[in-house]
Write a protein of this length. Structure first.
Length: 94
């Protein structure tokens, strides 16, 4: 049974995403919570691009991808980022 589910996992994920996306799109059109600062099409296109980028990360590298996102967004000082990169390079080259 597990193998059957794993075989259709991409289709299940895509179906779940498209279903939730459709519900949220209809909800936002019918009951917006605030005035639009950007056009809906532009914002949704950008958001779908981010989704496509994130879905392009293989499962085995997803932990590393999350760590990179955490590093990118949580360390705001460029000099701290540079120090961290230098440390990672030193550790890698050993």
């Amino acid at each position: 049974m597990l193998e059957d589910v794993q075989a259709i996992e991409p289709a299940l994920r895509l179906g779940a995403f498209l279903g939730i996306f459709a519900v949220m799109a209809i909800w936002k059109i019918l009951a917006p919570r605030r005035a639009l600062s950007f056009s809906r099409g532009l914002r949704w296109t950008n958001n779908l691009g981010i989704v496509a980028l994130n879905n392009g990360v293989p499962k085995e590298h997803f932990g590393l991808f999350l760590k990179e996102c955490e590093w990118r967004f949580n360390i705001s000082d460029p000099s701290d980022k540079l120090l961290q990169l230098k440390q990672w390079v030193r550790d890698y080259l050993r």
